[in-house]
Design a protein. Sequence first.
Length: 306
Amino acid sequence: MSQVPPTTPNDWTPNEHLGIRIAVTITGSLSMLGSLLIISSWAFVQARSPARKLVIILSFCDFFTALGYFISSNVSSDTFCKVQTPIMIFFALAATLWTCAVSLHLYFSMSKRNALSFIKYYHIVCWGYPLISATIILATGSAGQVNGSDWCFIPKTKPHWRPLRLITFYVPLWICWIVTAVFYVLTKRALSYYLKYNSLMKSTLQKEFALEIKLTAIPLVFILLRLPGSIFRIIDFTCKNNVCIEHGYWLSMLQAIGDPFQGFVNCIFYVFLTKFVREKYTNVVLNLCVRFQGNRINENDNLIKA
């Protein structure tokens, strides 16, 4: 049996490139919509807890991450990538770091530590490191269109592309991935232990920590959505002569679906599956439909009178 040759983006057919762009466009659009719904929910949520503020900040980053993917999938040029890549790296890395911050905040909250005392450090790290990364990319002029692909990043043709990719994105991404996974497990254990030994107050505690319990979905979503992209990028990072693994296209496709999709998946938990928020948005939509129908009736009445 002959071995299927490894493929690079240069070997992809036009339809395969189109498939990547369609996937990014759909997931990016849904993620932007989901992020906006979460952010807009702040207007009518009365309990503006620190945990909910973290969700809003994360959604802000998710929106611009998805927007970056959406634009890059429809506009491809080396000049455009020089501008888009630093902005994209800033928000994508900020979203990653804020997801890690959410996992830390959950654990500290469940373990009865002073979780609020760490908020200021989250802001310093989660905005500071992405700013440093974006500045490095701008200062070195290392951004560009990755050869033969639909991505804007640091091409392999640039000098010192490996350390630049590591410093500006991969190292913090992988560290956050590991830390998020570890603290997700610790948080679930702490929550189970807390509910187990407070069984008489279980229903009360579940209501008290309703948002925190739901927040545990964010680290899990992050881990699952970023896993294919992480695998693909590790292999792509280590492969030689721009030759990557067999079936690399499908890993790239999974990355195109997963990387920009977190905003919409978070929306499922914090809008569609949250009764209070869902009912608020349902009422808004119904009121808009009634107003629209009323305007149409008035227009028809005016036409009849004329």
